[in-house]
Design a protein around this ligand. Structure first.
Ligand code: SF4
Length: 222
């Protein structure tokens, strides 16, 4: 039932929002650092912090070697700088210790679960951050589950009402087509729906394109 619902919702959202094609966001280590910087702040602020970090430190080795306070100053615009700076240094240290030349691209040849485990074994890297690296940079069909995707998936019945965000990653991945374009499209479409229509407090069911497949709508109406 969940697989049926997920594939119909995915298809309807493609019709509604139009086709999106995946292309790599670039260096997986950069994607990982950018995702850490994006935690608890807006996209604009985190992109500003990432650009500032790259301007201040030309290499990842230089980021590791920097005094923690200098790194925190460079990422101040992204918020929680005193927490994110040591987190970034710790994960970079571990990547350089575990992967030759700090290159994560070898993970692209692994199954999603295995590649994600290699990343979540790194300090401070959770399911969502790991899945962002796999999907956006490495082209694996992983499904990062943010607050919008978690809420919409529970409301519609694509996952159970009590399913955690962490558990939702594997369920949604298993119920999608299994290629990177489908995962990328679904990820962006559901976030779009969650930001503009299926709002946290008051979902705008009257203008929603997926009412036909939504368990919440079928039970409660608008
Ligand atoms: S029908 Fe309503 S509850 Fe269901 S996904 Fe759309 S906006 Fe959300």
């Amino acid at each position: 039932m969940q697989a049926w619902r997920t594939s119909h919702i995915a298809q309807r959202l493609v019709e509604h929002y139009g086709t999106r094609r995946w292309s790599s966001s670039g260096d997986p280590v950069g994607e990982l650092v950018a995702t850490i910087l994006s935690q608890n702040t807006s996209d604009v602020n985190s992109m500003r912090a990432y650009a500032s970090l790259r301007r201040s430190f030309p290499t990842w080795e230089a980021v590791i070697a920097a005094p923690e306070s200098d790194l925190a100053d460079s990422i101040r615009s992204g918020g929680l700088a005193n927490i994110k700076a040591p987190r970034i240094q710790a994960v970079l240290r571990e990547i350089l210790a575990q992967f030759p030349n700090g290159d994560l691209s070898e993970l692209a040849s692994l199954p999603v679960e295995e590649a994600r485990r290699a990343l979540t074994d790194l300090p401070g890297v959770g399911m969502k951050t790991a899945s962002c690296v796999l999907l956006f940079s490495l082209g694996l069909p992983a499904m990062p589950v943010d607050t919008h995707i978690h809420r919409v998936s529970r409301r519609t019945g694509m996952i159970g009402e009590r399913t955690s965000a962490d558990a939702a990653h594997g369920i949604l991945e298993g119920n999608l087509a299994g290629d990177v374009d489908s995962a990328y499209q679904f990820h962006l479409d559901v976030i779009h729906l969650g930001r503009e229509i299926c709002l946290a407090r008051t979902p705008k069911c009257a203008i929603c394109p997926i009412t036909e497949y939504c368990a919440h709508y079928q039970t409660h109406g608008q």
